[in-house]
Design a protein. Structure first.
Length: 137
């Protein structure tokens, strides 16, 4: 009986030393959440690569009200493509993205998402732009 108790004690000590940690998953990590928080940023919105200066200039013009009352073509946005969503009263919400790359030892992307509210007459009634910078490589 003494040997059986001693063997049971040794067995308990040995099983306590074995790790029962779960095996690492082989599934890929989930995609990161969309980084834009203040604007509508659909995945279907086309992205246009351009210079850093054009990205910043367009963002400032949008948020400063300089594009309001103009058509997309007149507002020097003719080279951009937009994803459209209908709104009430014949208006549409247009979303498009401009981005530029800056590379040193690491590559950074500066991206600006534009949201344009366009009236029935084709004129921009409201413009909102948000900028993000992230490490892309």
């Amino acid at each position: 009986m003494r040997i059986q108790i001693m063997l049971a004690g040794i067995f308990c000590m040995l099983t306590a030393c074995v790790s029962y940690a779960p095996k690492p998953s082989t599934l890929p990590p989930p995609p990161p959440p969309m980084p834009f928080v203040a604007v509508w940023a659909p995945e279907q919105a086309p992205a246009i690569k351009t210079s850093w200066e054009k990205v910043i200039t367009t963002m400032k013009a949008c948020n400063g009200g300089a594009l309001e009352g103009k058509t997309i073509k007149d507002a020097t946005l003719a080279d951009m493509k937009f994803y459209s969503k209908p709104l009430e009263g014949g208006k549409t919400l247009q979303a498009g993205k401009l981005y530029s790359l800056y590379a040193t030892d690491v590559e950074f992307t500066t991206a600006v998402m534009l949201n344009l509210t366009v009236g029935k007459d084709g004129k921009i009634q409201e413009c909102l732009a948000e900028k993000i910078i992230y490490q892309s490589k």
